[in-house]
Design a protein around this ligand. Structure first.
Ligand code: NAP
Length: 250
């Protein structure tokens, strides 16, 4: 018996990176996991296989986010596999990097559509499926509270918007015993940072030095924090912004 035995979880963007780490963590502890992906079905199936190899249960949901009707499509697919939900992790997200004067409207709209609008409407339309006492965890970023990379301003703004969503939604869903929290990672070794972190020892050491703990984060570091908030032990934490940056904001 794991702490999530009997619970169903949906993790968006679980084909790779942090989402995959979260899906595997929840699955290992007994949750039945809906592994959402956008384009990488094969990678999502690898996440499912890893969960099953660890004795868990999972299924995939493939829906490209950031398009009209994406939330409806996601829940339609979810409903074919499961009846109700206990844990929703809004993790899928994209980055954008451009000097202030160069970001164009198309890129701006896209990053807001995927990082803000999609989690908003996925949660709005999923609220009736979420059982009382459930959990919502939104994956933000330390950049929402740190101007160290101003070329990522639009991305950071999307995460700040998600943080407000967390704060206010906790009041909306609180009467049903549903907690809503933000987990904000710092630099994590995923595909998003591959060019930078895998460019050589010097680049990696520079990234590691940003955290108080002197290393780059792993998806597992973030997944453990999410698992705490999703568990019974996290029941009295809601509307919170949880710093999972390894002390990068200190
Ligand atoms: P990643 O390795 O690039 O993985 C992104 C995941 O999101 C993939 O599963 C991808 O699915 C999915 N996704 C992206 N765009 C999508 C879309 N339009 N529709 C559907 N699915 C989509 O990213 P990551 O580094 O794990 O980041 C995960 C979350 O953590 C993001 O919200 C990110 O902003 C946040 N974060 C990351 C870091 C970091 O250093 N890595 C730091 C702070 C916050 P497919 O591959 O199947 O398309």
């Amino acid at each position: 018996m794991g702490v999530f035995t009997g619970r169903t979880a949906l993790v968006t963007g679980a084909s790779r990176g942090i989402g995959r780490g979260i899906a595997e963590r929840l699955g290992r502890d007994g949750a039945r996991v809906a592994v959402h992906y956008g384009r990488n079905e094969a990678a999502a199936k690898e996440t499912v296989a890893a969960i099953e190899e660890a004795g868990g249960s999972a299924f995939t949901i493939g829906v490209e986010l950031g398009r009209p009707g994406d939330a409806e499509a996601l829940w339609e697919e979810f409903d074919r596999h499961a009846d109700g939900l206990d844990i929703l992790v809004n993790n899928a997200g994209i980055g954008t990097s451009a000097p202030f004067g160069e970001i164009d409207e198309e890129e701006y709209d896209r990053v807001f559509a995927v990082n803000v609008k999609a989690p908003h409407f996925i949660t709005q339309q999923g609220a009736s499926r979420l059982r009382d006492g459930g959990r919502v965890v939104n994956i933000s970023s330390g950049l929402a509270r740190n101007a160290v990379m101003p070329e990522k301003m639009a991305y950071a703004m999307t995460k700040a918007a998600l943080d407000v969503f967390t704060r206010d939604l906790s009041k909306v869903l609180g009467p049903r015993g549903i907690t809503v929290n933000t987990v904000a990672p710092g630099i994590v070794d995923t595909d998003v940072n591959a060019d930078w972190l895998r460019a050589g020892d010097e680049a990696r050491a520079g990234a590691a030095a940003i955290s108080a703990l002197g290393r780059v984060g792993t998806p597992g570091d973030v997944a453990d924090v999410v698992a705490f908030l999703a568990s019974e032990a996290g029941r009295w934490v809601t509307g919170s912004w949880v710093d999972a940056t390894g002390g990068s904001l200190k």
